[in-house]
Write a protein that binds this ligand. Sequence first.
Ligand SMILES: [Zn+2]
Length: 279
Amino acid sequence: MPEGPEIQRACDKIARVLKQQRLVEVQIEWPPLAEFEQIWKGSAIVDLRARGKALLTFFDTGDILYTHNQLYGRWLTRKTHKIPSSNRSLRLAFYTEKGSAYLYSATDIEVLSQEELSQHKYLSSLGPDILDPDLQSAQIKNRLLEKRFRNRQLAGLFLDQSFLAGPGNYLRSEILFVAGVHPRLKPSQLGPQKLERLARTTLLISRRAYETGGITTEAQLEKRLKAEGERRRTRRHYVFGRAGKLCRLCGQEQVEKVTISSRSVFFCPACQVNSPRGE
Ligand SMILES: [Zn+2]
């Protein structure tokens, strides 16, 4: 499943073709939305935003297209108007002077008004987006201490999209490792400095993964690992996917893998001690 940084990058890619562009042609192959083929032809797309795992497309007609890809949905873009060859089912195609964008196989597609948007069940269940440029670490710290979150294990909390929208499996392990907190600890067990560090690290690692296209290791380290011949798949991360390998930070312990909230979390038992209040 793609995580916040991958979804935001996919949104950026679609925006390069559609944002601030007039639609010279619209093709709709999803019957419930058939009428919008005529309505949107000639209209302009004013903005595109990723929200959780959904993409929102804002039209100058006031309509907002909500699409959630679930498991099979996928957007493709082209610099031309040549439709990609694909075995998937085409739902929508938008054509502008800049190129074209195609949505395949998604089943969660709706057109919303501004008012419906604010009351949308999935969207209103989401916490602040980790890639929102206005999100501050102080907000994350406050959120960690909220009653509904403070007594939850960090491993589960960092997959809960109502806490923060965006983190998935690799970000969860990487954020907790860089912050130096054990995945089984709860926010209520952390001292103020640890909480502060966890909040800052959440922003740092999420933004780094967005900028680098999914790399969470620090640039110098990643460069050195590359020079040493490590493949991209393994040098991308500190702990995620590295069970049994030596920790990159302490160089003493092997990275461990445990299943929490039905998904694997990776951590270093030396760098992330399971002791409350440990600073
Ligand atoms: Zn370590």
